[in-house]
Design a protein around this ligand. Structure first.
Ligand SMILES: *Cc1c(COP(=O)(O)O)cnc(C)c1O
Length: 369
C-alpha cells in the first residue's frame, strides 16, 4: 500500500526548480545580500496581493508579530488579548514586549478565538487584540474592527497560517490595522529558511516597523531608537516572488482537498470535521479533525500509510513556558481540542485522487477502531 507524506516542502522546489534557481542566481549576481531590488520587489508584490499599502520583510513570523506591537508602544502594564488555542508564537510575541497575555478560549465550532469572549476580556488596560486565523481559517473581522474602533484597540492579525484566506472581499493582511505573516518553509507560502513580513495600510506603523527591524535607523549610523535586526534576506524574497505567482493555484488545491475530505468524512461516528465561519474562505493550512480516541486513530492511520500530526498537543497555558504564570487558568474548549485534534495530510503535493484515497483509509480506520 502506498504511503503519503503529511507535508512535502520539497515539492514546490521540484515543480519550479528552473525558475527558482534563476531567481536566486540573479540575487547572487547582483551583489546585494541585504535589501536591494529583490526584497523591494517582493514587498511591493506581496502588499498588492494582500490588498494593503505596505509590506515590510522581517526575519521570521514571530518578529512579524513583535515588531508591530513594539511600534505601537505596547509594553509592561498593557494587556493584549490572544486566543488560548494557537501556536505558542502568538503568546511569545506578547511576552517579548513585557505586556500581559490575556487568553480567550476557542469557539468549539471553528476552533478560532471566541468573539463573545474577546468582548468580555476587554478592560481599561487592553491595548491590542490579536486574532489568529488558525489552520488558515479567518476569524470574522467586522465585529473585531468595530470593537477596536469603539475601544481604541490595535487589531493585529496573526496571519502566519492564512496567506490568501478571505473574509468577505478582504484578504488576511487587510482585515485589521496590521498583520504578521510567516514564510517558514511549511507555511502556504514558504521560503527556503526563515522569513516573515508585516503587512499594513498604516504609513506611520510601516515606517516604525522598518526602523525597529533595522537597528532603529532610517539612515545608516543614525540610530533614533533601540531597534533590533530583523530583515528578510533578498535570497528568500526572490524565492517568495516566484512562489507567490503559484500560491493561488496551490491554495485552490488545498480547498479542493478540504472539500473532498468534508464530503467523504461527514457523518462518520465520533469524527468532528472543521467548521469555518460564514462569509470566510479558508486556505486550509491544516485540516484538523477531532476524535475522542485520537491516539488510537492516529496509530491506525499511520499503519495505513496516512501520517497525521497534532496541532497542537499541549495548550500554551500548560506548557513549560507559561505554566508557572498562567497554568491556573482553565480553557476547556482549547484543552479538549488539544486532547482530540488530528491533522490530516493536505497540501499541493497531494492530488484529488490522493485525497479520495486518504479519506477512504480514514473511514476504514474508523470502522476498524
Ligand atoms: C508559524 C507561526 C508563527 C511563527 O512563525 P515563524 O516564522 O516560525 O517565526 C506565528 N503564529 C502562528 C499561528 C504560526 O503558525
Amino acid at each position: 500500500m502506498t504511503g503519503f507524506n503529511f507535508l512535502d516542502v520539497g515539492f514546490t522546489y521540484r515543480s519550479l526548480q528552473e525558475e527558482l534557481d534563476a531567481a536566486y542566481r540573479a540575487v547572487m549576481d547582483s551583489g546585494y545580500y541585504i535589501g536591494g531590488s529583490a526584497l523591494a520587489g517582493f514587498e511591493t508584490d506581496y502588499a498588492a496581493w494582500c490588498g494593503a499599502r505596505h509590506c515590510i520583510g522581517v526575519g521570521n513570523g514571530l518578529e512579524a508579530l513583535v515588531l508591530p506591537l513594539r511600534a505601537r508602544g505596547i509594553g509592561p502594564g498593557d494587556e493584549v488579548i490572544v486566543p488560548a488555542n494557537t501556536f505558542i508564537a502568538t503568546w511569545l510575541a506578547v511576552a517579548q514586549t513585557g505586556a500581559t497575555i490575556v487568553p480567550v478560549d476557542a469557539d468549539p465550532a471553528t476552533m478560532n478565538i471566541d468573539l463573545d469572549g474577546v468582548e468580555r476580556a476587554v478592560t481599561p488596560r487592553t491595548k491590542a487584540v490579536m486574532p489568529v486565523h488558525l489552520y488558515g481559517a479567518p476569524v470574522p473581522s467586522a465585529r473585531l474592527r468595530a470593537l477596536a474602533e469603539a475601544e481604541g484597540l490595535f487589531l493585529l492579525e496573526d496571519a502566519a497560517q492564512a496567506h490568501g484566506a478571505t473574509d468577505g472581499d478582504r484578504k488576511a493582511g487587510a482585515l485589521g490595522h496590521a498583520a504578521g505573516f510567516s514564510f517558514y518553509p511549511g507555511k502556504n507560502l514558504g521560503a527556503f529558511g526563515d522569513g516573515g513580513a508585516v503587512v499594513t495600510d498604516d504609513d506611520a506603523l510601516a515606517d516604525a516597523v522598518r526602523v525597529l527591524g533595522n537597528y532603529g535607523a532610517r539612515e545608516k549610523y543614525h540610530h533614533e531608537t533601540r531597534g533590533g535586526n530583523s530583515r528578510l534576506d533578498p535570497l528568500q524574497a526572490a524565492v517568495l516572488s516566484v512562489k507567490l505567482k503559484h500560491l493561488d493555484a496551490w491554495n485552490r488545491r488545498r480547498q479542493e482537498i478540504a472539500a473532498i475530505y468534508a464530503e467523504a468524512l461527514s457523518g462518520l461516528p465520533g469524527l468532528t470535521l472543521p467548521q469555518t465561519a460564514p462569509g470566510t474562505q479558508p486556505v486550509w493550512h491544516l485540516y484538523v479533525v477531532r476524535h475522542p480516541r485520537r491516539d488510537a486513530l492516529r496509530a491506525a492511520l499511520d499503519k495505513a500509510g496516512v501520517p497525521a500530526a497534532l496541532h497542537y498537543p499541549v495548550p500554551n497555558h500548560h506548557s513549560g513556558a507559561f505554566r508557572a504564570e498562567l497554568g491556573h487558568l482553565s480553557f476547556p474548549v482549547t484543552e479538549e481540542i488539544c486532547a482530540t485534534c488530528l491533522s490530516l495530510p493536505i497540501g499541493p503535493h497531494l492530488s484529488p485522487d490522493d485525497a479520495r484515497e486518504i479519506a477512504g483509509r480514514v473511514a476504514q480506520s474508523l470502522r476498524d477502531l
